[in-house]
Design a protein around this ligand. Structure first.
Ligand SMILES: NC(=O)c1ccc[n+]([C@@H]2O[C@H](COP(=O)([O-])OP(=O)(O)OC[C@H]3O[C@@H](n4cnc5c(N)ncnc54)[C@H](OP(=O)(O)O)[C@@H]3O)[C@@H](O)[C@H]2O)c1
Length: 249
């Protein structure tokens, strides 16, 4: 029996990068997977691939994590379809301040980051925690190197990710011995679509293979934390080669 057989996993930001790879890694371990993000065509394509590659069911729920009502509907549809929820991956995130001098950063960029990276995480965590408590489930947050170590390049993004890590630890304290495992997986530079909309150059275009982490490596880390039996992986840092020897990458 695969470790996540009969379980249901929900992944936000499933249309690209780390989220997309995570859907695959969880399906490979037997989970039925719910794919959430805004771009429905990408979600449908990934869902078809997963169902043909693995013996699992998928559900596509186009969702904007900034919208509270869409998160409520996402969780309702999940539980209606699968009758349970065991793994939640709070992965959707954006960086919108990589190229702006801080003094010129628009309020629109600030709000977009905060609404996606913090409001969305709050809505989903609040809505899913009761289901995770029922099933001794796992709640995974995707942090960032920049949320742990200061950066001059994207201060609002970095601070939003520090919020995510601290929120995760506080939720861990809150659930106490309720049986929910709470984990933060922390990437540094990873070859995904991140930054593409903001700067015109995504992380996948910015780094050659071998210079940065691959989304599949982060997905394996997330699957690892989601398949622990008794112990909880509190924080798992997976950084690109040489991360501490550079000032920027
Ligand atoms: N790549 C890196 O170097 C790196 C480093 C540290 C941390 N991270 C973190 O890793 C996570 C995943 O990012 P990635 O690197 O895989 O980037 P990515 O390829 O750009 O994927 C981001 C995902 O988030 C989704 N998303 C963005 N805004 C959304 C919204 N309002 N509602 C729902 N979904 C939304 C996107 O889907 P739609 O556009 O279809 O909505 C996409 O699926 C993020 O939290 C990011 O901060 C990445």
């Amino acid at each position: 029996m695969a470790p996540l057989d009969t379980q249901t996993a929900l992944v936000t930001g499933a249309s690209s990068g780390i989220g997309r790879a995570t859907v695959s890694a969880l399906a490979a371990r037997g989970a039925n997977v719910v794919l959430a993000a805004r771009r429905e065509p990408q979600l449908r394509e990934i869902s078809a691939e997963i169902e043909s590659d693995y013996d699992v069911e998928t559900l596509v729920v186009p969702t904007d994590v900034r919208e509270e009502s869409e998160i409520t509907a996402l969780v309702e549809e999940t539980v209606d379809a699968f009758d349970r929820l065991d793994v939640v991956v709070n992965n959707a995130g954006i960086v919108a301040d990589m190229m702006e001098r801080f003094e010129e950063m628009s309020t629109e960029s600030y709000r977009a980051i905060m609404e996606t990276n913090t409001d969305g995480v709050f809505f989903l965590t609040r809505e899913t925690l009761p289901h995770l408590k029922e099933n001794n489930g796992t709640l995974v947050f995707v942090g960032s190197f920049t949320g742990k170590y200061p950066t001059p390049y994207s201060p609002v993004y970095a601070a939003s990710k520090a919020w995510v890590s601290h929120f995760a630890n506080c939720i861990d304290a809150y659930v106490g011995d309720d049986g929910v495992a709470v984990s933060t997986v922390t990437p540094s530079e990873t070859r995904t679509g991140l930054g593409g909309e903001d700067t015109g150059t995504s992380m996948a275009e910015r780094y050659e293979p071998g210079e940065a982490s691959e989304p599949e490596e982060l997905a394996e880390a997330i699957a690892f934390v989601a398949t622990q039996d008794t112990s909880t992986v509190s924080e798992l840092d997976l950084f690109r080669p040489g991360r501490f020897s550079d000032t920027f990458g």
